[in-house]
Design a protein around this ligand. Structure first.
Ligand SMILES: Nc1nc2c(ncn2[C@@H]2O[C@H](COP(=O)(O)OP(=O)(O)OP(=O)(O)O)[C@@H](O)[C@H]2O)c(=O)[nH]1
Ligand SMILES: [Mg+2]
Length: 278
């Protein structure tokens, strides 16, 4: 994470617009305020990707919360929907015009936490904008993009390029059993064999998928990793992990606006890094 942020920060001079990509399933809890620091005064567009994994009613609530409470515009999209990508491309063009950025050789940078779909977004824009095949590697686990990538051309007219950046941390940075426990708490109602106990759950799951060690013991870590992997792929359907009720929004806004002392911020970043690596 730190290396990715440092590299992004160094490249910032060459960038006209910054897209901060976030995961629609964790709209509040996975915000990393470090991005604001490195983006500085550059124009920023906040994009919640993977909107196909939450309900539309939540999209409205979150968009309204950001606009009315924080005066921020956020857009929701899915890399899987062409019309979202076209809308995104139009939004970028409009933003460049509003910001009076020269319309030739426009350079954008994509930043965001691991696995939110940064590289996928750029590939999708290139596919529709240039009719070109995938330029960047993507994957189901965090940490696929390892370093800042060369510019990728996404539009001919106006000539527009994207710089992809690494999200950062890899899976081994967080304990799969703890992440699985957190997920189970939020998804238990949707599972076929619902149980509150993470060990019971992982034991049943481990047996089902054949994650066994010698002697027939269930490999709990392997079962936990499998569960997290399936969640990432959207296997459990639409799951919003944050509370977007009025109360939840109030709590989020209060925390967002609270002055951030260094130690608090570091604590929050650590928590966010963990929750976002789910
Ligand atoms: N359901 C859903 N999955 C998506 C969407 N966009 C991307 N993905 C999936 O999310 C996973 C991560 O995508 P990447 O593009 O590699 O994410 P990234 O942000 O570049 O990740 P790092 O490079 O590891 O930081 C892949 O399995 C994608 O197929 C989307 O809109 N909806
Ligand atoms: Mg990537």
């Amino acid at each position: 994470m730190a290396k990715g942020l440092r590299q992004a920060s160094e490249m910032m001079r060459k960038v006209d617009l910054v897209i901060e990509a976030r995961d629609a399933r964790v709209p509040f809890s996975a915000i990393n305020r470090e991005f604001e620091r490195i983006i500085g005064s550059k124009p920023r567009l906040i994009v919640y990707n993977k909107a196909d994994l939450i309900h539309f009613s939540a999209v409205k609530k979150i968009t309204t919360a950001f606009k009315e409470r924080l005066n921020q515009d956020v857009i929701f999209m899915s890399t899987k929907k062409d019309k979202h990508i076209y809308y995104f491309l139009d939004t970028i063009k409009d933003m460049a015009k509003t910001q009076k950025i020269p319309q030739s050789n426009l350079t954008l940078m994509m930043v965001g936490m691991p696995n939110v779909g940064k590289s996928s977004l750029i590939n999708s824009m290139r596919a529709l904008g240039m009719r070109r095949s995938k330029a960047l590697k993507t994957g189901a686990n965090p940490g696929v993009t390892r370093s800042i990538q060369n510019r990728v051309k996404i539009l001919q007219n106006p000539e527009t390029y994207f710089i992809d950046t690494p999200g950062g941390i890899r899976d081994d940075a967080a304990d799969p059993e703890i992440m699985a426990d957190y997920l189970l708490y939020h998804t238990k109602l949707k599972l076929p064999y619902a149980t509150d106990n993470i060990l019971d759950f992982l034991t049943i799951l481990g047996k089902r998928i054949g994650a066994l060690r010698t002697g027939g013991y269930v490999d709990i870590t392997a079962a936990a990793s499998h569960f997290i992997h399936k969640y990432r792929e959207g296997f459990f359907g639409r799951i919003l992990l944050d509370d977007v009720s009025e109360e939840g929004v109030n709590r989020f806004v209060e925390e967002y606006n609270a002055p951030q002392s260094l130690s608090n911020r570091q604590a929050r970043m650590a928590a966010r890094n963990n929750s976002n690596s789910i």
